[in-house]
Design a protein around this ligand. Structure first.
Ligand code: ZN
Length: 203
């Protein structure tokens, strides 16, 4: 199983990090070893002073595919979830400055929180999903997939040109604005609409 992530997919988040708007999806990957085990906390790693949360809608692939046209992309997933792409922002900044790959800042152990999934049929429209992150009782991120620069189906078309998609693969579709630093003792809860998809403590 692989985790494919899309960066810079919401205008408001691109602005807050002073990045350029990409003309095609920014793609990176995380290994399955990055996933926090269910009911375990997120442990701040020693190599970073600035771990930031990025809340993202996640698509689970249910059919093997390569060179998938966006017209047919909807046939390749039937479940939608919500997760966090934790990022060591200080380390990522250093790597970016040197033009080096981001993996150490994005794909370390614990950098992926994967919440529950629901059938996409429970959602009215995958291109109009309201989601949010609540940090210690305060809503800090609020997004809607209608604001994605590249839609879920466009992402699948793009990434499947390079990578064969397999059953169980996860696609993190990018984060809206409001990313921020986590500290010991924080509690992060993710929602699609009113429904809680994950709750994780920071240690
Ligand atoms: Zn992300």
């Amino acid at each position: 199983m692989k985790i494919i992530c899309i960066g810079r997919n919401y205008h408001d988040h691109i602005k807050e990090l002073n990045n350029e708007i990409p003309d095609e999806p920014v793609v990176f990957m995380k290994p399955d070893s990055s996933i926090v085990l269910k009911k375990f906390p997120f442990v701040i790693p020693e190599f970073s002073e600035n771990i930031e949360y990025e809340t993202e809608v996640v698509v689970k692939i249910n059919k093997i595919g390569k060179y998938i046209n966006k017209k047919f992309a909807h046939k390749y997933y039937d479940q939608i979830g919500l997760g966090i792409d934790f990022t060591a922002r200080d380390l990522q900044q250093k790597l970016k400055e040197k033009g080096l790959p981001w993996e150490k800042s994005k794909s370390f152990d614990g950098s992926t929180v994967m919440g529950n999934f629901i059938s996409k049929t429970e959602l009215r429209d995958v291109n109009n999903i309201d989601f949010s992150l609540n940090l210690n009782g305060v809503v800090v991120q609020n997004g809607n997939t209608s604001n994605m620069i590249h839609s879920i189906d466009e992402i699948i078309e793009h990434i499947s040109q390079y990578f064969t998609l397999k059953i169980g693969d996860l696609i993190f579709t990018g984060t809206p604005s409001g990313v921020g630093k986590v500290s010991e003792g924080d509690v992060l809860k993710g929602y699609i609409g009113e429904q809680e998809f994950f709750s994780i403590n920071v240690k």
